[in-house]
Write a protein that binds this ligand. Structure first.
Ligand SMILES: [Ca+2]
Ligand SMILES: [Ca+2]
Ligand SMILES: [Ca+2]
Ligand SMILES: [Ca+2]
Length: 336
């Protein structure tokens, strides 16, 4: 990401936070009455006279830092300041806690904090640190130690990823329009609680007009009536998941869904010929095979398993028919 884009993002981010109460970019004064933020700054007493703080305190609350900053200079985080610091150089600010001295460096005179490295929100979203202010010469505490948080602000730097690729699914042939086939899911590592960086919308790139996908849920359904397995059995459907709620500039990922139409018994068996002719020598033994017949069936599996029966004969009881299970042929046998 280039510098200009970072600057633009920073500006947007500042605007977003300035417009949301309680999340000011500037640190808020910690008040003595246990209140935080704007409410603590604008209190009034029973007579409507504005309350004034008389006690000293820290001048910060929470810091925000944009992740994945790639500038050559160190990124400014914020400033610690104590009311007891009179600017005479007597105050020394001390930072401890997560990343203190390594990721986060403080100018012990000014209280300015900088980040020394590029930070990844998806690796760690916030850091808990502690600050204190001491007299540089006597080491006497000027301000009690207090905890504060550096929150890493999200940018959209992760594309949605499907939990599987490919997916395999089956749906009966000839299903009604809107029959559920399978639900696909893509996860986005960005912050789901802020903005649209992790807001995923599904769309179908390949597989129309046979199938459709619900943009919100990722549920794939049939979209065409009368899909016939005997005509086409397998479909490759490509689904896209796009963040930023599907808007321009969002990041995307795809997956393939291999859909097979499951067989329904919708084809009757058909004989290749309407008349078969067999000759039987007079000397044939009873039980010997006279001939073989074969009916074809466009279905598969048990829907194509045959059972032959004699339903009419001008020589009643002369012949019998059995089914060869492995070849699905009918074997005509001499009975008398
Ligand atoms: Ca990141
Ligand atoms: Ca994202
Ligand atoms: Ca991110
Ligand atoms: Ca069928």
């Amino acid at each position: 990401m280039d510098r200009r884009r970072v600057c633009v993002l920073m500006v947007l981010w500042v605007m977003a936070h300035l417009s949301s109460p309680g999340h000011g970019l500037r640190a808020l004064r910690r008040t003595t009455g246990g209140h935080k933020g704007a409410a603590g700054l604008t209190g009034q007493d029973a007579n409507g006279v504005p309350l004034r703080r008389s006690k000293r305190g820290w001048m910060w609350n929470q810091f925000f830092l944009l992740e994945e900053y790639t500038g050559s200079d160190m990124q400014y985080v914020g400033k610690l300041h104590s009311d007891s610091d009179r600017g005479d150089g007597n105050t020394r600010y001390v930072l401890t806690g997560e990343g203190a001295g390594s990721l986060f460096r403080i100018d012990e005179k000014s209280g300015d904090i900088h980040a020394t490295k590029r930070l990844d929100r998806e690796e760690k979203a916030y850091y808990i640190l502690r600050a204190k202010a001491v007299n540089r010469f006597t080491n006497e505490a000027l301000e009690g130690e207090s905890e504060f948080i550096i929150k890493i602000h999200d940018i959209n730097d992760n594309e949605p990823r499907f939990t599987k690729d490919p997916y395999m699914a089956r749906v009966p042939e000839m299903s009604d329009i809107g029959t559920s086939v399978i639900q696909v899911t893509a996860a986005d590592a960005d912050d789901a609680t802020y903005g649209n960086s992790a807001r995923v919308v599904y769309s179908i790139l390949e597989g129309q007009p046979y199938f459709s996908v619900d943009p919100e849920t990722g549920l794939i359904k049939t979209a065409l009536p009368g899909m016939d397995r005997e005509v086409k059995e397998n479909y490759q459907v490509v689904i896209q998941a796009k963040d930023m709620a599907g808007q321009m500039g969002g990041l995307s990922g795809t997956t393939t869904v291999s859909i097979t139409l499951a067989d329904v018994n919708d084809n009757p068996p058909r004989f290749a010929k309407t008349v078969y002719e067999f000759r039987v020598p007079e000397s044939s033994d009873i039980g010997s095979a006279v001939g073989v017949i074969r009916a074809m069936d466009n279905d598969i599996g048990e829907n194509a398993e045959m059972e032959y029966r004699i339903i009419g004969s001008d020589g009643p009881g002369m012949f019998d028919v059995t089914t060869n299970r492995s070849t699905q042929e009918g074997v005509i046998l001499l009975r008398k």
